[in-house]
Design a protein around this ligand. Structure first.
Ligand SMILES: Cc1ncc(COP(=O)(O)O)c(C=O)c1O
Length: 425
């Protein structure tokens, strides 16, 4: 048995120091150890102290880890068997930077089926490429289009959208959503225009993340139309991150912005298999769009990565479209997790945002608390359960009393975490 009974935390220059007591009981003998962990805090432009998601993840035991945004469900056994067979057959060599031909074909079929977009896999330059995770696609885009320029993200935002741009000589600007996570087209246009007109880091792109990390928000058709209109008026690229497209459960369907009139010419769509196939360590994703838009990204990928992992691409190509109900079942499974876990949280006083998707829950912490960072430390210390404070996803203070809860966990883990929360709240 492993217990994490004691966590003490304090602020230190550049971060937070935590002492975690760990007790392991094996066959009647008990071993205790004290770990001192330094949690790095990254500083935003506003000098706001921002929680570091990976560091928090390391502070909680797996049974209480609702922190990190990855699916911890088991791999599909057919996929595991195909990969094992391909690796054992020595198909372990370099491939083209655009990806495995079989997987590109399977992904094109997926895009046709779920997004209503016909990709010509034989077209040159390539309209579809397999990437080293969604991250690999975003890095290729930053390297190709955004050096010395900026991109606009909707706050609360996915931190890597910002971190990747910072790393590749670009800048991220934020556009704050209101308290109901909505926005007016005119304010978006005004913000984008001011950024486009400036001399330094002029605006080049808008990053749309729908369903969103962290809030799960699914953009409505009219919101997507507003983004499209602004992009067209100011001649901007749209980078559409659709990693969570298969978790949509609410009234608004997932609409790929590339399908709106005139948007194929200026949209690069990014996606990933990390979450939906429970293979975040495999680093497989894809990007698609007009060939001329994709060509420099493929060139960047060739230099940076050479190619995504070839045996894993080949394995995925064999199962991706084999089961016509795969994504339907995935959505229903997550909808049930969302329903059950939300119900429990509401009973504890959380106010859950009705996002319309089911990988993350975005919630106002119970009314008697206001600071989600200290609230989360209390959860970790007393219950061994951790979530992600809203400040990790924002430069403003607006989301300081919110948390992101990742529910991509086995039901038994979610049930256990809920029990622990009930014991302390
Ligand atoms: C919105 C979003 N885009 C991209 C990624 C990166 O995906 P990958 O693991 O495929 O690099 C993530 C992962 O958390 C994400 O949440």
């Amino acid at each position: 048995m492993i217990t994490f009974p004691q966590t003490r935390t304090g602020l230190l220059r550049g971060g937070r120091i935590s002492c975690v007591g760990l007790t392991i009981t094996i066959g009647g003998s008990t071993i205790s150890a004290l770990f001192v962990i330094f949690t790095r805090m990254t500083e935003a432009k506003s000098q706001k102290v921002k929680p570091d998601i990976r560091s928090i993840t390391r502070l909680v035991p797996p049974s209480g880890n609702l922190v990190q945004g990855q699916s911890e469900l088991p791999i599909d056994q057919r996929l595991a068997a195909e990969a094992a067979q391909i690796i054992a057959a020595s198909r372990n060599h370099y491939g083209g930077s655009e990806g495995d031909a079989g997987l590109r074909k399977a992904v094109a079929a997926k895009i046709a089926r779920y997004n209503g977009i016909e990709i010509d896999v034989d077209a040159r330059p390539y309209e579809l490429m397999i990437t080293t995770g969604g991250t690999g696609a975003l890095i290729g885009i930053a390297q190709s289009y955004l050096r010395g320029r900026s991109a606009l993200v909707f706050e609360p935002y996915y931190p890597y959208h910002k971190r990747i741009l910072d790393e590749f000589g670009a800048r991220t600007e934020t556009f704050e959503l209101d308290e109901s996570l909505s926005f007016e087209k005119d304010s978006l246009l005004a913000r984008a225009k001011a950024l486009k007109d400036r001399a330094e880091f002029p605006l080049k792109a808008i990053i749309v993340c729908s369903p969103a990390n962290p809030s799960g928000k699914v953009m409505t058709q009219s919101e997507l139309e507003a983004v499209a209109a602004v992009a067209q008026e100011l001649d901007l690229l749209v980078i559409s991150d659709e990693v969570y497209e298969h978790y949509v459960t609410g009234e608004h369907p997932h609409v790929p912005i590339a399908t709106l009139p005139g948007m194929w010419d200026r949209t690069i769509t990014v996606n990933s298999f990390s979450k939906s196939w429970n293979i975040s360590g495999w680093r497989l994703g894809y990007a698609f769009g007009k060939g001329e838009l994709l060509a420099p990204i493929n060139n960047a990928a060739n230099v940076i990565y050479v190619c995504p992992a070839t045996p894993l691409q080949a394995a995925l190509s064999r199962v991706l479209m084999a089961d016509p109900d795969y994504y339907l079942r995935l959505r229903d499974k997550f909808d049930e997790k969302r329903r059950v876990f939300s119900e429990g949280l509401r009973e504890l006083g959380f106010d859950i945002y009705n996002s319309g998707s089911a990988f993350y829950l975005w919630a106002r912490i119970p009314a008697e608390f206001s600071n989600a960072i200290t609230f989360n430390e209390m959860l970790m210390e007393k219950a061994g359960v951790g979530v992600t404070p809203g400040a990790a996803f924002a430069d403003t203070d607006m989301w300081d009393s919110y948390v992101r809860i990742c529910i991509a966990r086995e039901d038994s883990v979610l049930e256990g975490a809920m029990e622990k929360l009930k014991n302390i709240l």
